[in-house]
Design a protein around this ligand. Structure first.
Ligand SMILES: [Zn+2]
Length: 114
């Protein structure tokens, strides 16, 4: 039988009361998330827990995704053309053409007069 002091010493050295339960840490895995700002953040998840598709970037708070090539924030950053935008664009093109036509007509008129 070992002396009491030896038992006490081992207890102080290893703080967990039950080393047999504590020595094996819960299995974890590091999952990298990428945000549109170019941050890559390693987030630890329990190994048995499925990693979510998106995670808020700890640095900038934007949604970060698992795919570095396609972070979720980038989709928003891309210019999204609404139907109205298309209409406006076409409008301005038509207007531009009309204005050009008008200008040419005036030019021709002027040339004809002069
Ligand atoms: Zn970020």
């Amino acid at each position: 039988m070992s002396s009491g002091s030896a038992i006490r010493g081992s207890r102080v050295g290893s703080s967990p009361m039950r080393p047999d339960e504590r020595t094996e840490p819960a299995p974890r895995r590091l999952v990298n998330y990428f945000c549109a700002a170019g941050h890559d953040s390693g987030i630890w998840f329990a190994a048995d827990a499925p990693a979510p598709d998106t995670w808020d970037c700890p640095r900038c708070g934007q949604p970060a995704g698992l795919d570095q090539q396609a972070p979720p924030g980038r989709l928003r950053a891309e210019p999204y053309k609404s139907h109205l935008a298309y209409v406006k664009e076409r409008r301005s093109e038509e207007d531009g053409a009309a204005i050009l036509e008008e200008a040419l007509a005036k030019l021709r008129q002027r040339r004809g007069r002069v």
